[in-house]
Design a protein around this ligand. Sequence first.
Ligand code: AQP
Length: 337
Amino acid sequence: MSEQEMTAKKRIFSGIQPTGVFTLGNYIGAVRNWGALQDAYESIYCIVDLHAITVMQEPAKLRANTMRAYALMLACGIDPKKSVAFIQSHNPNHAELSWVLSCSTMFGELNRMTQFKDKSARHADNINAGLFTYPVLMAADILAYNADLVPIGADQKQHLELARNIAVRFNQRFGDTFTVPEPYMPKTGARLMSLQDPTKKMSKSDENVNACVFILDDKDTILRKFRRAVTDSESEVCYREGKDGINNLMTIYGCVTGKTMDEITAEFAGKGYGDFKTAVGEAVADHLAPVRSEFERLSADKAYLNECIAIGSEQAYRMTRKILSKVYRRVGFTDRK
Ligand code: AQP
């Protein structure tokens, strides 16, 4: 892409944690849209390993998971020739900007974040300061690129709102510096729910493996997980309040087939939940099959992956250095000679 073409386009930024194989929720809520948006936007996507260590990680496993997440990101459709695709810790500007922004973020704001409350309840033995300041680092990730748009699932909406507030506050105090980013959420599938507890979001770190479909699961596993999905004691496939399990399965089926809720209801009229669950499993497995085979192909080519990571990290560093220098001047730091 030429320099001119790049600057004419709006900028998009998003990231995903290497805390495990991506779930169907991560894929439908976020990563699938990244690929779809990369022609229309100047796109920057990264594996956010700095965020991952806010919960306990085993170092060797984190390293392997980060490489796997990078390969998965490409397998989901991110083309490193069209997008800047890199690993967050390879660009130190994220962490540097995060410190400056943390001094423009109020304790009370961070204390209201629901993800902090959820994660500190789940990791009561490790409520570290990084878990608390996670949203500031996320703001730095986005603002360091002056991104216009951030594709996210619904669970990240509150964090994005905070990033916007931080940008506005900084701009008011120090003069126009940051673009105030907008969220980009899919119309359906912004919040896929656990298959075992449909009142909880589907999460890759869920201890119950039957709660999520991972995008590398084989067909039999996918079918089994959907057959075991928790539903209700009725038998009618229709989208209605109180039918959380069926609503979630209908959303998933709609996202992978493009069918509307009315079409799905008509298709399964008079059929039981068993038939419906099998159909959802089949449709998801078929939808994910090309991602799985592309992942296998890419994983066998470590040299290619390492080259893409190196190029992406260098591009990301260059894009953010200018903004960081501007921030340093604005807050009153002396020039580095
Ligand atoms: N269930 C979901 N439905 C729709 N979108 C989702 N996302 C996550 N879960 C769902 C979106 O995926 C992107 C990447 O998420 P992340 O890895 O940065 O962190 P997360 O939101 O905390 O996702 P997980 O899977 O729940 O990770 P763990 O278990 O490690 O905390 C984000 O855009 C997110 O909105």
